[in-house]
Design a protein around this ligand. Structure first.
Ligand code: SF4
Length: 161
């Protein structure tokens, strides 16, 4: 098993609203035992459902470096939970020898290359979420679930499908 996947893409109802973002292809790989689902926010101890949160003042790499925070719309600081969940997800990936990850687009944890910008207006900015940034720093290849061409070429090969 060489691919880590955002759990909400595989049918786990772990989003902040208690829902999911199912991707048929990933759910099929999960059913076949070929991908490992994780939810960094739940791994960090946050409940389902939970208040929406966004990175303010930077991106996931900035959060890892202590230059930005993750906050809810009411200003509650959940940075520590996001950092803990990112570390646990990365530890799981490395312990399992996983080389790549398919992660939910724009999430403050899982977003790859583009994330919500901290204004809670659905606007975006360049950057990774906290978990995506740490997985990338630990040497994994990280892809957004919206990168379909890369997914088909790279990730299915890693999953041995
Ligand atoms: S943290 Fe990642 S896996 Fe969990 S609900 Fe958010 S996008 Fe999905």
């Amino acid at each position: 098993m060489r691919v880590l996947v955002s759990a909400c893409l595989c049918g786990c109802r772990c989003t902040y609203r208690g829902g999911e973002h199912p991707r048929t292809e990933l759910a099929r790989l999960y059913a076949g035992g070929k991908v490992l689902p994780v939810c960094p926010e739940v791994l960090g101890g946050l409940p389902i459902p939970r208040p929406a949160a966004e990175i303010c003042g930077g991106d996931g790499a900035d959060v890892l470096a202590g230059r930005a925070r993750v906050v809810t719309a009411t200003g509650h600081d959940v940075t520590a939970a996001f950092l803990l969940g990112a570390r646990r997800a990365a530890d799981i990936a490395l312990a399992a020898g996983i080389r790549s990850a398919v992660l939910k687009a724009r999430s403050p944890s899982c977003g790859c290359g583009v994330i919500y910008d901290g204004s809670f207006s659905r606007s975006t900015r360049p950057g990774d979420g906290v978990a995506a940034a740490l997985l990338r720093a630990r040497g994994l290849r990280v892809f957004s679930d919206e990168e379909q061409e890369i997914f088909a070429r790279e990730v299915l090969a890693d999953a041995g499908d």
